[in-house]
Structure formats: C-alpha cells, structure tokens
Design a protein around this ligand. Sequence first.
Ligand code: SAH
Ligand code: SF4
Length: 370
Amino acid sequence: MPTETLSEQPHRNLVGLGREALAAEMAEFGAAPFRARQLWHWIYHRGATDFAAMTSLSKPFREELAAHYELSRPAMSRSLTSIDGTRKWLLRFPDGEEVETVHIPEEDRGTLCISSQVGCTLTCSFCHTGTQRLVRNLTPEEIVGQVMVARDALGEWPSPQDDRQLTNIVLMGMGEPLYNYENVAAAMKIVMDPEGLSISRRKITLSTSGVAPMIRRCGAELAVNLAVSLHAVRDDIRNRLVPLNRKYPIAELLEACRSYPGASNARRITFEYVMLKGVNDSPGDARELVRLLAGIPAKVNLIPFNPWPGAPHECSPDAAIEAFSDIVFAAGYSAPVRTPRGRDILAACGQLKSASVKLRRSERPPVPAA
Ligand code: SAH
Ligand code: SF4
C-alpha cells in the first residue's frame, strides 16, 4: 500500500483497549507479546499521551506506533469548580456529543462520578438527565477516558499507591449503566487492573434504577458494589417516579438484590432514596422501607432532592428527612443523609445534563476556529 494512503487513515486510539484487545492489536501489528504489556504499563499506569515518552521502547518502534496509533482522551470543553471544591468537567467526544464527569474531594477520599451514556432513555421524574433524550451509549474508550482525564487534571500519574485524590468511582453520572452493560464492564475491567489505573472493585459502585435481570450478571462478573435507586416503597408511587418500575416492580427488584453475588454484611447494597416533599417522605414510608429490606444486607442513603430548572418536585423539609432517617436507623440500618455537593455548579446528583444535546445539530453555535 502506498504510504500516502496509510498516512491518511485515521489513527486508532489505544486508550480503551483491554488487555486482550491490546495484545491482539499488537500481535496484528507484528509486535512481540511483551510489547503489549509494556504499552499497557505506559498507557494505564504512567498515563502517557505521547509514544515518544515511552523510553523503555526502542525509538523505531515508538515511531512505528505513532504512525498508526494515538493515545487520546475526550476533550475538556469546560471545567467548573464549586465553592466546596467539587469539580465538574464537560467532556466532548469527536462526534460532538458531551457528557459530564464530577470529582468530589472529601477528607479521606476523592470520588469520581462518571457517566455511562449521553443522556438516558429512562425518564425518572426527579432527574435532570432524564429530560434529555438519549443520544447514545458511551464506548469503553469514552468511559475509561473520563477516568484518564480526571487523573490528568489531578496530576495523578503514575498511578499513586497512597494519598490519592481519586480513590473511588461511582457510576452515578448520566445514563443507566445496566443498559450499557457490555461497555461499562469492559471499561471497569481496565480501571480495576492492578497494573494500571488500579482502582479496586471494592472502591467502585454501580448505581442502577433497577434493571433487575442484569443485576445478577453484574455481581457475578464485576463484583463491584451495588447501589439501587429505590426512591419509593409502593409500586404505584415508584411507577410515577421511576417509570422502569412498570417493567421490573419492587418485589422483582428486591429479589434480584437478595441474590446479588458478593453482598454480605461487610459489603452491603446501598438503597438510594431521594427525599421528595409530600411524595415519599412520611414516617409510614420509612417503616415500609424497613419491612421491605428485611433479609437484605442493606444500607440506606437518603438524598435530599437537588433542584433543577423546571423540576416538578421540592426537597423534603429537614425535619421530615431526619424523622425518616431515625426510623430506618432504629431498625438497624445505617441511614446517612447525603450532603449535596457542587449544587452551585449543577454538579449534584441528578443535576447533570449536557446542554449540547438539547439543541439539534443545526441549532448549535459554530465551533470557533482554533
Ligand atoms: N441511572 C442510574 C445512575 C445515575 S443517577 C440510577 O438511576 O441509579 C444517580 C443517583 O442520583 C440515582 O440514585 C438517582 O436516582 C439520583 N438522582 C437523580 N436525580 C436526582 C435529583 N434531582 N436529586 C437527588 N438525587 C437524584
Ligand atoms: Fe436515568 Fe438514573 Fe436519571 Fe433515572 S435517575 S433518568 S435512570 S440517569
């Protein structure tokens, strides 16, 4: 093939390839298997963005790689920092679609909240993302890319052993991760690999609105922590708040939780419960919640509703949230109230929504020339 034709071909991005895929790619490229292992180390442990920096590889091999491949991450189109230190990054992919990724620093840890889809097909009444039509699933490259961008921004390469600012990952950003399971699983396997990004499955939590048939598979294959967005204790109310409940009602969802592989008293399933004034926040609701959770190693996370423009709900008063928490706590479950983080930059739970997809392509402002 003439070299002109070769150089016109788009460079394949190696970021997002798992161990096997990278080994297969290198085998096809004619490189020895140990080269794939060296590359893995440079990409995911050292965070290299340039083949030239890979000093353990010979110069000709580096040049060959650079002629065919790239090591790219999603572009950061906006970065906002909240008064509480929470950072929100708007990331843009080559097709112009965007998602949000949020970093929440705390005293003893730093949590990265990542997205699994552009928008969401589900339409939970209290969620800003749910008002955005789904554009598409994210690829493994785009999911891993969010973690890589965060590591870049935090200056955390090579992957530090201690004192990390990025210790935990929650799949609680935009999208329903169990509706994009294959890609999420491929990405998490890369993230968990001890010779790379090295974030253990014990530090990763996947949140689902209740895709009951996928829950067992997720536990068996990924064994990450599970969080379930319950939000209501009666099917008629949950049908309104989380319309997916019509497909997988509360009893079926809780049955799937009961058999979640790996759940134990040491590794409890988190039940998320957004506090909505006059909708799901009565003492009776709290008592029913306790009854429903019997036999499940559970903890409850009460989330004060985070408002967004045009939302059809209000947050429950503090006294109602405290009373609810007390009832659940008295029954033996931990029931902390989640402190909202990053509300001022619309980075809190359920506030994420990338503005670009509200507009049709033809309505978007032109991208300024570089
Ligand atoms: N789709 C998944 C994960 C993303 S949402 C899921 O629904 O679980 C992450 C969490 O934020 C969920 O528990 C969701 O119910 C909650 N949430 C959504 N909108 C919210 C809002 N406006 N205020 C507080 N929590 C919200
Ligand atoms: Fe989708 Fe989760 Fe928002 Fe529901 S709460 S619309 S499942 S992102």
